[in-house]
Structure formats: structure tokens, C-alpha cells
Design a protein around this ligand. Structure first.
Ligand code: NAI
Length: 334
């Protein structure tokens, strides 16, 4: 039985990873705390560890892991911006991820956020519970006939675009590597980012977080967006300059913002802080806007996505345990 420390573990992780481990000879040691340089000693004796989006796999953490003999960090997510890939390569630690589990899960969540934001379902739900049946302030717009802008046409962006087409929206798309064949089959149009931002009523972000995409949405690009436009981010918080976003919201420029991800999620997202004082003033400010909707990084939270994440991650751990093998397409290199 291969023993694998598993960090930032939640009840739904146990539900999907325990059976996957049992069938493949992997015994997970579930830790509720996150992995970082200070907690890496808990990996002593393990050949591999399993982490999630808010573990901090920086150089210091990787050095500590290497000292413990760890040779694989298995990410149970698609994004890998939390890992110092160069340090990992230098230390001989391999990095694996789950490149595609259910892009539908995330795309559908992005659309759920848009529909909620536009028709104010979250506010209506609270109102009627208080027997307030007034409709004042709940006016939305028809998505049919409006223009959507998808930034990043990878797996998730493409599905989101296709759903928007289903609403009868015009779909503009932007990507460093345009897939023209897909665009013409779908009826989407590639444009430069600036043109997309200035024309779209709804902008949805679907690029990974990299040095180039960090603060892609900033004071300059926010200023290009249409008056009353909606901005949806289910990708990574670092794509948006939060301070600039708050400023733009205060000026009443954007119609609304829906975020499933946030710049500083660590220690907040995935936690129940309902009895504590929220220390992040920017997040507190965002939560105070009537036209901002925040969910706590739950795009991946469907049965299909969780079981696929558990299957691929555990498969990788088992094959690495036996012969240092990783499944094709799952390894991340600098
Ligand atoms: P993908 O790798 O299939 O697609 C990413 C696309 O972004 C590619 O087409 C790529 O060419 C494009 N891109 C990269 N750099 C760019 C740049 N500088 N400018 C323009 N386009 C650029 O990734 P996938 O599966 O669609 O996922 C997208 C992101 O969604 C992930 O990186 C992850 O951060 C996020 N995600 C969020 C989840 C959640 O629970 N909210 C769950 C899964 C993923």
C-alpha cells in the first residue's frame, strides 16, 4: 500500500478519494491543513504528496519536500500557478495535474453565475423569504441578441461559448492560439482583446494564470469595457486587479461582477469563517456591492468532476509508486 499525504482535505475529498485509493492500492493520509514550507515536514517518508489550489508549492516548500524524499507532487486540479515549476525541476520533483476532468462543470458554473447576476435570483431568493415580493431593482436583460466575450478558448472557454450560442448570443472570443476551425463550426469570432472588451455585454475569463495573464483585467482594460457590462471570473483570481475592479464598481461602470475565484483565496475560500471577523478588506468590500456575486471556488464541484479528479490523480500516484510512471499529458514541466 502506497501512503500519500493529502493536504487541505475536505469531507467531499474523502468521499471520492477513499474508494479510488482502495481500488488502486493507495492509502491517503488526509490532513485538513494546507501544504507549505512550514507544514512540509508532515510528508516525511512519503514518495508523493497530493495537493490542491491553495497549497503553496514554492521553492521553500519544494526544498523541504525534497529533504523528506518526496519526488512527486500530484495536483488534484487543472491549474498549476501555485507551483514553482523551475524549483521543482531543479530539485528533481515531478509535478502532475488533472488537465481535464469536467470542463462542463466549470463552464456551467460560469453560466449559473451569469444567470444569477443578470436576473438577480440571489436577491429575489432572500426577498421572498422575508415575504418581500417587490420586484424593484431586479430588472435584468435578455441574453438573447447580446454579445458575449470569452477570453481563453481552451476546454472550458469553448464549452462556455457554445452554451452562450445556445442562448442566441453573438460570441466573440480571444486566445493567444486561435482555433479557427472550432470558431467557424461554432459561429464564434476571434478578435483582439481590446476589441472584445469594448464590444461585449458579458465577459467571461477562461485563461490560466500566467505571468502574461496576471492582471489582464486592470484599470486600463476595465475602462474599455461597456457601461453596464458583466464580468465573470471562474478561472483564477490573479487575472483581475481587485483594487481596480473595486474602483470601477464604485464608479458604477460595470453592471455586475461574478467571481468564483479571488486574488487571495488562501485561508478564506473553502473555510467556514462565519464566526470570525473577515480580515481581507478588499473581499469585504466586494461582498458589500449589491451587484457582486462571489462563490468560493466551486466550479469543479460536481460528481463527475470529483470522481474524474480522484480517478486520474490516484491512477498517477499508483503508477508513480510502482515504476515512476505518469499518465500521458498529466505531467507539468517549466
Ligand atoms: P486550457 O488549457 O484548456 O485552456 C486555456 C486557454 O487559455 C488556451 O486556449 C490557451 O491558449 C489560452 N491562453 C493561455 N495564455 C493566454 C494568454 N496570455 N492570452 C490569451 N489566451 C491565453 O484550460 P481549461 O481547462 O479551459 O481551464 C482554464 C482555467 O480554468 C484553468 O487554467 C484554471 O485556472 C481554471 N479552472 C477553474 C476551476 C474552478 O473550479 N473554478 C476548475 C478548473 C479550472
Amino acid at each position: 500500500m502506497m501512503k500519500v499525504p493529502f493536504y487541505d482535505a475536505k469531507p467531499y475529498d474523502h468521499l471520492f478519494f477513499v474508494p479510488a485509493g482502495e481500488s488502486l492500492g493507495v492509502e491517503f493520509q488526509f490532513h485538513a491543513f494546507r501544504l507549505n514550507a512550514d507544514t512540509a515536514a508532515s510528508a516525511a517518508g512519503a514518495k508523493a504528496v497530493c495537493v490542491f489550489v491553495n497549497d503553496t508549492i514554492d521553492r521553500a516548500c519544494l526544498e523541504a519536500l525534497a529533504k523528506q524524499g518526496v519526488r512527486l507532487v500530484a495536483l488534484r486540479c487543472a491549474g498549476f500557478n501555485q507551483v514553482d515549476l523551475r524549483a521543482a525541476a531543479e530539485l528533481g520533483i515531478r509535478i502532475a495535474r488533472v488537465p481535464a476532468y469536467s470542463p462542463h462543470a466549470v463552464a456551467e458554473h460560469a453560466v449559473a453565475l451569469l444567470l444569477t447576476l443578470n436576473r438577480k435570483t440571489h436577491r429575489a431568493y432572500n426577498r421572498v423569504r422575508e415575504h418581500n415580493f417587490s420586484l424593484n431593482g431586479l430588472v435584468g436583460f435578455d441574453l438573447h441578441g447580446r454579445t458575449a466575450g470569452i477570453v481563453g478558448t481552451g476546454k472550458i472557454g469553448k464549452i462556455t461559448a457554445q452554451i452562450f450560442k445556445g442562448f442566441g448570443m453573438e460570441v466573440l472570443v480571444y486566445d493567444l492560439y486561435p482555433d479557427e476551425a472550432w470558431a467557424s463550426a461554432t459561429g464564434a469570432t476571434y478578435l483582439g482583446l481590446d476589441d472584445l472588451l469594448s464590444r461585449a455585454h458579458v465577459v467571461s475569463l477562461h485563461t490560466p494564470l500566467t505571468r502574461e495573464t496576471h492582471y489582464l483585467i486592470n484599470e486600463r482594460t476595465l475602462a474599455m469595457m461597456k457601461e453596464g457590462a458583466y464580468l465573470i471570473n471562474t478561472s483564477r483570481g490573479g487575472l483581475i486587479d481587485t483594487a481596480a475592479l473595486i474602483e470601477s464598481l464604485k464608479q458604477g461602470k460595470l453592471g455586475g461582477v461574478a467571481l468564483d475565484v479571488y486574488e487571495i483565496e488562501e485561508g478564506v475560500f473553502f473555510e467556514d469563517l462565519s464566526h470570525e471577523v473577515l480580515q481581507d478588506d478588499d473581499l469585504a468590500r466586494l461582498l458589500s456591492f449589491p451587484n457582486v456575486l462571489v462563490t468560493s471556488h466551486q466550479g469543479f464541484l460536481t460528481e463527475e468532476a470529483l470522481s474524474e479528479i480522484a480517478r486520474v490523480t490516484t491512477g498517477n500516484l499508483a503508477s508513480f509508486g510502482k515504476g515512476d510512471e505518469l499518465q500521458a499529458g498529466t505531467e507539468v514541466r517549466p
